[in-house]
Design a binder for this molecule. Structure first.
Ligand SMILES: Nc1ncnc2c1ncn2[C@@H]1O[C@H](COP(=O)(O)OP(=O)(O)OP(=O)(O)O)[C@@H](O)[C@H]1O
Length: 599
């Protein structure tokens, strides 16, 4: 899809506030008109004085006109600014909502591949940079452009030669600004690159502070941070010093319109073609003509910052959405059929296996019967998590199909699929609300009693009630005090409450330590009773009794069978089992007591 230019993108978010924007422009124009009135009034007063016909009433009259005009200027400028701000914030709001909406509709995997720092930077900071210029461009931009134009026309009406004389400094300033702006686009691009780099280093430094401290890397990490900040400062200083002479020269010369109007005006006056009133007025007007243009140059920078912010936002605005269906599917069975699935993260749109690059899954076929337990095991990087993610449709399969109850998951609406499948991983995110609400996320309609029931089943009740505010403890406050295993059990309680017919546990027992393993096993048993369960586990003892164990290696299924069958037939599994038992015996020296398996 061809990307829209930045202005079209911004305007596409302005549909709701179009009328306000038009009114803002109109008010800005009226304000400029009002701003012209004092000039006319002053001119009339000058004429009165030079003709010797001034009277108190005529001066008061024109003085009143000047004040009236000025009031119109101020009032309409205020209205224009207010409308422009309202419009700018509405554009910002629409943009953020659209990005959030895209993140919901894009393949989850694509979203998870983005760093939090980048998402935050685009949705909060970059989008915010649009507001200021957008809100000020209409009222100030129009005033700064139209007012000098109107004044220029007014001088032409008095004497066109004086109008040209007022412009004498413009070509000089244009040359100075032209030289200054010669490499502007390239410099701005480098500035943005440098700014993005320093941002990413700062985010990395803050996000990774735990690892930095744990590995005593504070000195080297701080140096990297310091270097990035330093080089950004150097870049901006160099850019500034390379332009400030020309910028100041242009800024000084441009408003010095008297350089032209004074000598030319004198000649014309001596010549008799200009009256003293006209000469005085032209000089006053010419002084006000160029200053607004100077401030207009600031908008060049602002326009660039909008262009870059929109460019960054576009990256998310154009994320490809997962095709979704809206008609609910009636499913009677919840068995899973994986049929000849091949997949590559790098070439997700290719259905032709031969054209796929870096294939992660190659022609995988599997049947997970309803109400049974299947376990995926195998060496790291073999593709186990990828299979699980494809069932939950984090991504779409490359070739082949995944069916639930005989229906291709592409034909099941994403929201229905999310209801059918519970996906529990080791990343157990807790939202910044009470633990009660965190568990209720599994089923927003659940009563407090049902939430507590689920928490009890997941063996959470004991540690939650021990907290000062119990279930009403904020997860943010509690987060620091909860162990990995406790957070895991909260995630399991959520899934219990959700009560979906298919449960996928991806390394969900990774945080299990000998002391709470028993509790986690119990909570998982409660979660998975009678469900179609797929478990990915490195701890083979926990999946020993699964109905089928699938050994995956390098994107292929090496062997499928029960624990006993695989021990006899599959070398990889046998080796893994022996390694696991060895590790377990070693661990058993430190922890006594029997451990249960959840299958
Ligand atoms: N988001 C991703 N983008 C690109 N490649 C990925 C992504 N996630 C995984 N991979 C790659 O896909 C391959 C399979 O990864 P996957 O996580 O499915 O393996 P796994 O068997 O679950 O490994 P582990 O047991 O270590 O979790 C690996 O080579 C991995 O580098």
């Amino acid at each position: 899809m061809k990307e829209k230019n930045w202005l079209a993108t911004v305007l596409s978010f302005a549909t709701e506030c179009k009328v306000k924007m038009i009114l803002s422009v109109l008010c800005a124009v009226i304000s400029v008109g009002g701003g012209m009135v004092p000039y006319i009034g002053v001119y009339q007063i000058i004429i009165l004085f030079f003709h010797g016909t001034q009277t108190t009433s005529s001066i008061l009259f024109w003085g009143g006109i000047c004040i009236g005009g000025y009031m119109v200027k101020i009032v309409f400028y205020g209205i224009s600014t207010t409308l422009a701000h309202v419009s700018a914030y509405s554009i910002l709001e629409n943009m953020r909502i659209k990005i959030a909406d895209k993140l919901m509709k894009a393949p989850l995997g694509t979203v998870l591949n983005q760093t939090v720092g980048k998402l935050k930077s685009v949705m909060v900071d970059r989008v915010e940079t649009i507001e200021l210029p957008l809100a000020h461009m209409i009222p100030e931009g129009i005033s700064n452009l139209l007012l000098p134009l109107a004044v220029f026309v007014y001088i032409i009406l008095i004497d066109w030669r004086m109008a040209l004389a007022a412009m004498v400094t413009v070509p000089i300033a244009v040359v100075a600004y032209g030289i200054m702006m010669k490499n502007y686009n390239q410099q701005y691009a480098e500035y943005m690159e440098s700014s993005n780099y320093v941002n990413s280093v700062i985010v990395e430094y803050v996000e990774g502070i735990e690892v930095i401290k744990a590995f005593n890397q504070s000195t080297s990490s701080y140096q990297k941070f310091e270097k990035a900040v330093e080089s950004f400062k150097e870049f901006t200083m160099n850019w500034f010093t390379s332009t400030w002479k020309l910028m100041n020269f242009g800024g000084a010369v441009l408003p010095s319109t008297l350089l032209g109007t004074m000598p030319i005006g004198m000649i014309l006056y001596i010549d008799g073609s200009l009256t003293i009133a006209e000469l005085t007025m032209c000089m006053i007007l010419s002084m006000g003509i160029v200053a607004p243009l100077t401030s207009f140059t600031v908008f060049v920078n602002d326009l660039k910052s909008i262009e870059y912010a929109v460019k960054d936002a576009n990256e998310f605005l154009h994320l490809e959405e997962l095709p979704d269906k809206h008609k609910q599917v009636h499913l009677e069975q919840y068995h899973i059929d994986i049929q000849h699935v091949s997949f590559s993260y790098d070439t997700q749109h290719t259905q032709n296996v031969e054209k796929m690059e870096n294939i992660v899954l190659s022609d995988i076929s599997l049947k997970l019967k309803q109400g049974t337990i299947s376990a995926l095991v195998g060496p790291s990087g073999g593709g186990k998590s990828t299979v699980a993610r494809l069932i939950a449709r984090f991504w779409d399969v490359g070739s082949g199909a995944i069916k639930i109850g005989g229906c291709n998951i592409k034909d099941i609406p994403l929201s229905q699929l999310a209801d059918i499948v519970s996906f529990v991983t080791q990343d157990n995110f807790l939202f910044n609300c009470s633990l009660m609400e965190n568990i209720r996320l599994g089923n927003p309609m659940a009563s407090d009693e049902e939430v507590i029931e689920a928490a009890k089943a997941a063996c959470c009740d004991e540690f939650i009630t021990a907290l000062d505010k119990g279930y009403h403890t904020n997860a943010g406050e509690a987060g620091g005090r909860l162990s990995g295993g406790e957070k895991q059990r909260i995630a399991i309680a959520r899934a219990i409450l959700k009560d979906s017919p298919i449960v996928i546990l991806d390394e969900a027992t990774a945080f299990t330590d000998p002391e709470n393993e028993d509790k986690i096993q119990k909570s998982i048993a409660a979660l998975t009773k009678g469900k179609t369960l797929l478990v990915i586990a490195h701890r083979l003892s926990t999946i020993k009794n699964a109905h089928q164990i699938i050994v995956m290696e390098k994107g292929h299924i090496a062997q499928t069978g029960t624990h006993e069958e695989l021990l006899g037939e599959c070398v990889t599994y046998k080796n893994m089992w022996e390694a696991h038992i060895g590790a377990k015996k070693w661990a058993a020296h430190s922890v006594k007591g029997e451990r249960k398996q959840y299958v």
